[in-house]
Design a protein around this ligand. Structure first.
Ligand SMILES: Cc1ncc(C[n+]2csc(CCOP(=O)(O)OP(=O)(O)O)c2C)c(N)n1
Length: 532
């Protein structure tokens, strides 16, 4: 006979989920007592940080990650980060403590009253087991649900008296030893039909979405694009949480604009567009217009049935993106059509004081290691960074597809924990940094050597730009005077440097990247949007 706790620990070992991300309270202590030495507990000082850590870790490791939160208030604090994990299709398994079963009906202090309703609609599955002995089976189900495509968070509420209850070892062995996999293949007719359409097209294009990276589809996407001489675009930046195609490749034409009218206009140059591993499309702001030009057809390839169903135009194939792209590359063969002209190299921004955000990210590009990873949350510098850096390796870029701030800092730490041999740089606005600032403590406490590059412009630049687009004048609350991230970092135990010019910035970044500890580099940049 074993207990719920022993069965759960064994289940987590089987799934290689021995790193736990949490913030504990009284209701979680029974689970954590005498945690075996093969487990690692990573403490986040607020729940947004905890889930952000797990989101980055799950995405960069390609495996589900376990979160442990403190009953209702812990889940409440985590909701914005759970929203991001859902948009990122990140397999985060969120558990939360709950009152003693015998005290739940009278609603004793800290009872999570409607525990399963609370995280809806941001989780794929939410559950509180009817009996203590069902906890291992329910956790196995939560792990499988989070890991099957489309990946995303699941939630389990666990009453604190469940851990010591004995389980039926034979039943638990069956329930928890199962391997479940979910890469589905498109029907051969659908693939050959699309291959034929591709061969007949005269100016076809590929839109590369984040799920190409998540499912390991870079090679298939490159092979298809090269064989068919496709013009390749990245999905619009707000929903492009990952990069699915090398951005320095001669076929790569740039990032699609994020609104209906300009997307339709840009794709008008193509008679067939294959959009792989992306929603159609992550539009924002609202610039209405024709979804597609009359001469353009679109076919989406996605592993997410909801993405396929809600697309406003085009056909869709629901199947694993990497397998389908590979089958399409085989089926369509080599085309003799002429390849599109490569886009020009990135130009430096004109010199200014303070420097443009574009100049700052160019300084990063100059010293950026080939195997480096960027975690980005700097709204007004997003396009400049993508243009100046031109990342060319899988798993090199993480951005919050949901758009909720508070992802960047903790996710960068989670990514670094999952990829200890690759240097991780978190490029972040000083405003965005505040939404999960206490994650700096976790980086310092666990010696996670992320470099944080803070672009300080004393404002919410993107919101001022958005206001201009929408003719909104006089909105308060868009300025951030005297917000000193370097001083805050020191308080959390992270070494901070302030760079005053481009040379100092290059030196500070190089030193930070060399360091085996977390480092923060703050640089003052000009206000406003940097578009290239
Ligand atoms: C949780 C959350 N709250 C508020 C917002 C709205 N928001 C979007 S961008 C932004 C400003 C970010 O400021 P900063 O990081 O300094 O970047 P900048 O726009 O100056 O580049 C805000 C407040 C959001 N996206 N998420």
């Amino acid at each position: 006979m074993s207990t719920v706790r022993e069965a759960v620990l064994e289940l987590l070992r089987r799934h290689d989920m021995t790193t736990l991300f949490g913030n504990p309270g009284s209701t979680e202590l029974p689970m954590l007592a005498e945690l075996p030495p093969d487990f690692r507990y990573v403490l986040g000082l607020q729940e947004a940080t905890v889930v952000g850590l797990a989101d980055g870790y799950a995405q960069a490791s390609g495996r589900p990650a376990l979160v442990n939160l403190h009953t209702a208030p812990g889940v409440g604090n985590a909701m914005g980060a759970i929203f991001n994990a859902h948009a990122n299709k990140s397999p985060v398994v969120v558990t939360a403590g709950q009152q003693y079963r015998s005290l739940m009906t009278l609603q004793a202090n800290l009872t999570n009253r409607d525990a399963t309703l609370m995280p809806h609609p941001l989780v794929k599955w939410s559950y509180e087991p009817p009996r203590a002995e069902d906890v291992p089976h329910a956790l196995a189900r939560a792990i499988h649900t989070a890991s099957l495509p489309p990946r995303g968070p699941s939630f389990l509420s666990i009453p604190m008296d469940d851990w010591s209850v004995e389980v039926d070892s034979d039943a638990v062995r069956h329930q928890t030893a199962r391997a479940v996999s979910g890469a589905s293949v498109a029907g051969p007719d659908r693939v050959s039909e699309l291959a034929q359409r591709l061969n007949e097209a005269s100016r076809p294009a590929l839109v590369a979405g984040p799920d190409i990276d998540a499912c390991g589809g870079w090679d298939a996407a490159i092979r298809l694009a090269e064989r068919q001489r496709l013009a390749v675009y990245a999905t619009p930046a707000p929903g492009g949480g990952r990069i699915g195609f090398p951005e320095d490749h001669p076929l790569f034409q740039g990032i699609l604009p994020p609104a209906v009218l300009p997307v339709g206009e840009m794709l008008a140059a193509h008679d067939l567009v294959i959009a792989a591993g992306t929603s159609i499309f992550p539009y924002y702001p609202n610039v209405p217009g024709p979804l597609l030009a009359p001469g353009t057809a679109l076919v989406a390839i996605t592993s997410d049935p909801d993405e396929a169903a809600r697309a406003p135009m085009g056909d869709a194939i629901v199947a694993d993106v990497a397998l389908t792209l590979a089958a399409l590359a085989d089926g369509a063969g080599e085309s003799q059509r002429s390849a599109p002209a490569p886009r020009p190299p990135a130009e430096p921004a004109p010199a200014s004081d303070p420097m443009s955000p574009s100049t700052a990210v160019r300084a990063l590009a100059e010293i950026f290691p080939g195997d480096g990873i960027v975690v980005l949350e700097s709204p007004s510098a997003t396009l400049a960074l993508r243009n100046q850096l031109r990342l060319k390796q899988p798993g090199s870029y993480y951005f919050s597809s949901g758009g909720g701030l508070g992802f960047g800092m903790p996710a960068a730490i989670g990514v670094q924990l999952a990829q200890p041999s690759r240097p991780v740089v978190c490029v972040i606005g000083e405003g965005s940094a505040q939404y999960a600032i206490q994650s700096l403590w976790t980086a310092a406490a666990y010696d996670v050597p992320v470099t944080f590059l803070v672009l300080r412009n004393d404002e919410y630049a993107i919101l001022k730009w958005f206001g201009m687009l929408e003719d909104i004048v006089g909105a308060p609350g868009l300025d951030l005077p005297a917000l000193d991230c370097a001083a805050v970092a020191s308080g959390y135990g992270v070494n901070a440097r302030v760079a005053g010019n481009v040379d100092e910035l290059g030196e500070a970044l190089a030193a930070a990247l060399e360091s085996s500890k977390p480092e923060l580099v703050e640089v003052r940049v000009a206000p406003g949007m940097a578009l290239a």
